[in-house]
Design a protein around this ligand. Structure first.
Ligand SMILES: *Cc1c(COP(=O)(O)O)cnc(C)c1O
Length: 456
């Protein structure tokens, strides 16, 4: 199809909103190794997981058979308020770069939570509600996940208890205010509301908290409160299933104009947005129908795929969660405080890890935050949209690929995930604009300390 017929935004109608999520595990040649019970080191069965997660989500977590999982009608109805999300042809970026490449991005920042995380939050809240639970607990670092979950719980009338890393709660009062507006209880972590929090505070009363500690508090709060379960916003198989909506919509929209990506790019924190964006295209790859090239982009300060080890590790610093086989920097690794808060996780989704290990996720690339903010500013200026720093990692790699096309003259089609808005990250932009931002790349010795804590 000739380019002049392709609109700037490709819309799907409400009817074209997918009716089922796609589960890539059903098509994977080698499944990832099972998650293990931290006590017995045996694979977790549904009974082990039931006290922690909702029943239906346990089934999804362990499901490696069903390619498609129907989206429940109430979830699909909620999706209709902000989906299908736009697929945009970045004509202005192409022009700015003078590239023959065709660039598309799928924008997930158009809902109040400001990111793709709402896609899974609403599904998880629905299953908790359908099971008759009173509420859910979770942790949040930068605040995107907590915000999305608060919205979802507010919609279904569920109680929502968020443990927010203390330093973030102090630095991002507006995030906390949004969550409270939707009815959530936000507790700065560590707190004296849990035993683990009391212990951490006794050891270090001035601690500013960490994600690992907030996870431990949220899990304890869930298993000790009648009618509560714990929910998580990335990394898990169930979250990747829900996020497949991103890729399914993108594929359907591109098909309307006979477009198909040669390269698919996403930022990778815990792996959920990239896992979701690439899912239906990975299906084509795994079944031999097409062979798009996949790139995961991570911060150089937290390089789990590019410099991590493929090993069994805990999902949290407190070592209360199951062990997962994944690319990891070690659960005790604390990344430097870079500005892509949503990408500061020590491990990577077991699905993405296995696909990377087997060569289906073709490439992982680590980028420094200075080059990320340069890309973000260029994109904001020419495309008019202020990206989240996390999303700008994917923009960086997209620009680099488009420049390669300029040099080789190849008109490749690039699809990338624009996961969120940058409105909540203005302190990061202020720091970049004032020249106060620095790159931080951990040394091998820094990484060695994290690896030393890996379980045997
Ligand atoms: C949380 C977040 C990410 C990273 O999480 P993934 O699970 O890797 O997708 C990326 N972008 C934004 C805007 C986020 O909020």
């Amino acid at each position: 199809m000739s380019d002049k017929n392709i609109p700037y935004k490709i819309h799907l109608t409400e009817d074209e909103l997918p009716k089922a999520w796609y589960n890539v595990r059903a098509d994977m040649k080698t499944d990832h190794r099972p998650i293990l019970n931290p006590g017995t080191l045996k694979p977790m069965n549904p009974e082990d997981l039931a006290p922690v997660f909702c029943d239906e989500l346990v089934k999804q977590e362990l499901n490696d058979k069903d390619r498609f999982i129907e989206i429940p009608a109430p979830v699909r109805d909620f999706y209709k308020m902000y989906r299908p999300s736009p697929l945009v042809r970045a004509y202005f970026l192409e022009k700015e770069l003078g590239t023959p490449a065709k660039i598309y991005y799928k924008y997930e920042g158009g809902n109040t939570s400001g990111s793709h995380k709402l896609n899974s939050a609403i599904a998880q809240a629905y299953y908790a509600h359908a099971q008759g639970l009173k509420g859910v607990t979770t942790e949040t670092g930068a605040g995107q996940w907590g915000t999305a979950l608060s919205m979802a719980c507010g919609y279904f009338g569920l109680d929502c208890r968020v443990y927010m890393v203390k330093v973030s709660a102090e630095q991002k009062p507006y995030r906390k205010a949004v969550m409270e507006t939707y009815g959530a209880t936000v507790t700065p972590s560590p707190s004296n509301t849990t035993q683990i929090g009391q212990k951490i505070l006794a050891d270090d009363p001035n601690t500013t908290g960490s994600l690992g500690c907030a996870i431990s508090e949220a899990v304890e709060a869930a298993v000790t409160s009648e009618g509560y379960r714990y929910v998580l916003g990335s990394v898990l198989n169930q979250v990747l299933i829900h996020q497949s909506i991103i890729g399914l919509e993108a594929k359907a929209a591109m098909e309307k104009y006979s477009q198909y990506p040669d390269i698919i790019i996403g930022c990778a924190g815990g792996g959920s947005n990239l896992g979701g964006l690439m899912a239906p295209f990975m299906a084509d790859r795994l079944t031999g129908k097409a062979s798009p090239y996949f790139i995961a982009v991570e911060p150089a300060s937290c390089p789990s795929l590019t410099r991590g080890k493929f090993a069994y590790d805990f999902c949290d610093t407190g070592k209360v969660t199951p062990l997962a086989k994944m690319y990891t920097l070690g659960s005790s690794f604390i990344p430097a405080s870079n500005h892509a808060g949503g990408l500061r996780y020590h491990g990577m989704s077991p699905i993405l890890s296995q696909l990377y290990h087997d060569g289906y996720l073709d490439e992982a690339r680590a980028v420094g935050q200075m080059s990320v903010f340069e890309a973000a500013k260029l994109f904001a200026r020419v495309e008019g949209l202020l990206p989240a720093p996390e999303s700008a990692h994917a923009i960086r790699a997209t620009i680099d690929e488009a420049i390669k096309c300029r040099e080789t003259g190849e008109a490749k089609t690039i699809l990338f995930g624009l996961t969120g808005t940058g409105y909540f990250d203005m302190s990061a932009y202020m720091q970049f604009n004032s020249g106060a931002m620095e790159d931080y790349i951990p040394t091998d010795a820094d990484l060695q300390r994290g690896f030393a804590g890996l379980p045997d």
